[in-house]
Design a protein around this ligand. Sequence first.
Ligand code: PTT
Ligand code: SF4
Length: 611
Amino acid sequence: MKGWTGYILRVNLTDKTWKKEAFTEEFATTWVGGRGFAAKILFDELKPGIDPLGPENKLVVALGPISGIPAPNTGKAVVAAKSPLTGFYGDGNLGTHVSSQLRKAGYDALIVEGKAAKPTMIYIEDDKVEFHDASEVWGKGTYATNEWIHKTYPKNLGVLNIGQGGENKVLYSVIRSMEGRAGGRPGMGAVMGSKMLKAIVVKGTKAIPQEKPEEMKQMGAAGLKEAYNLDQKSGWSKQSTNAVLAWCNEVNGLPVQNMRKTTHPEAPKMDGERLNDARVATYGCPSCTMHCGITIHDKEGRESELDYENIGMLGSNLNVFDLKQVGSLNYLCDDYGLDTISAGSVLGFYADAIERGATTGDFKFGDAEKGKVLLGQIAKREGVGNLLADGTLRMAKAWGKDSINYAMQVKGLEVAAYNCKSIPGQALANGVAAIGGHHREAWIITFELKNSKRESYGPEKAAKVIELQRIRGGLFELLVACRFPWVEVGYSLENYPKFFNAATGLNWTLEDFWKAADRGYALIKLHYLREFPNATRKDDYPPAVWFDKANADTDGPQKGVALEYDKYDSLLQHYYDQRGYDQRGFPTKELLAKLGMQKEAAAVEKYAKLS
Ligand code: PTT
Ligand code: SF4
């Protein structure tokens, strides 16, 4: 078996042991890598109902068959576990040298289980694992922790670490890696924290097995050059992800004031051009020739890396229109290790709930200074921060009234910076995203607004969501490569099966990846059903406030427009029909058999019925 190393490293923190475990070719070709590996490992090894913050949860770091090989843009890793925020499978994808170092150490995945007796850093070097005392940095932020690590280890080693957010089990705490990189929105940082695991450092010294290394080397180098040229030609990385802010503002899709509004006259003060003007440095992931991480000096003079999501959720969503202040809020999220999307949503929801009398407090939209204080309280679970650390769904449950209607979450995960009250396809994308409200798997908004009828709830939108899920939540999460060369600068998708085939010696087409992607989606659905046997299709609905006419725009082209329940439900049905899911939104036994998942179907039927 070439392409894969063929091994997983299993580390147990409770008894400080580790094992190198071989996996079969069947496992490799069925689940491919990354999200596929992680979802299958967690499905097989976790009993439903376990406490996600208990020692029985497992953290999986998973790579793919082209990870670590120089090609566009392979310096990414999937981090996954049972999510403490959503209660089922959760994952994220972040840029890190772990992608190459873990593979060079001889592994395609790492499983961390158990719980350490004291703050610990795991050091992995090929077949050796060491457990180091990390008490010195317990209670410190991710920047100080990285500095502490790099006093001993060079910067090109693979590093994952957490801040105070993860230590204190904030349910939306993330894992950090290198400058500006963060991932694992549904509380992957909290899972590390619950295990007293402050950091992981990885060094590998071996060659990554490849079937046609010479061919791969040439194709990879040519790909990196092409991605560079395409980026230069398009100028995308001048504004990077924030190129989209001005457009979202123009098309009434920006999150403003906890998504009460869709546009704001001051938003252009934070657009891509302004961000580029304020740039002090540029960072990126390994194996990338189109670095997109733009840093600015924040209000306190620190370097802070800003993406569109961060500006949308910590800026306009809070009625903060000062890039430097947004930089400060973002810096704190990075240092504490909090997800910027959920943190922005939590703060917006808090201000909104105070305004509407669902709770009391002195936080108002536009108050960036108080926002900074609250982020500190969240990270340390102090005062009201203790509730805010649990995310919008639990906040709404605590406050009652009708606050659940404007808690901007799906399945417990806060939706990202696209205000979908007049954008049905993107609303569906949030509703059916595998891990809860997320834009990452189906960013249909540009298709929807540029090439389709915005107001349509037709089958073409369900088809597009599925197409994008297969590419973004499938191909790129299985191979584990950054999707930006394709999505942002037009690098052809056809290149990826070629890389995969050169690495593995197989002869896959994109069609084969779509099938593997469908398997991944079906398996994550089974994770959900096993945890929530009474689940209904309503779980795939976006937040109620998007359906509320009283909350629609009061002027502009989308005046009076809100999502419509009947139409959304029929769009959801198109999605289920096209995917082969039942009325409740779960894969049928027939579909599971087609995907070769009879074993997984039988495992689920011990807990819940399948159609
Ligand atoms: C991702 C989510 C995103 S999506 C952003 S900005 W984006 C936020 N970034 C955060 C951050 O920064 N700090 C922080 N404390 N919290 C943050 N939360 C938010 O997390 C990221 C890029 C981006 S920037 C995107 S879209 C693409 N995402 C990819 C993906 O998901 N898969 C893939 N194969 N390729 C991708 N390429 C792009 O990578 P999550 P990163 Mg991230 C600082 O984590 O959980 O997946 O959520 O990984 O290395 O920072 O790169 O406009
Ligand atoms: Fe990382 Fe950006 Fe490069 Fe993607 S394009 S690999 S997110 S630096």
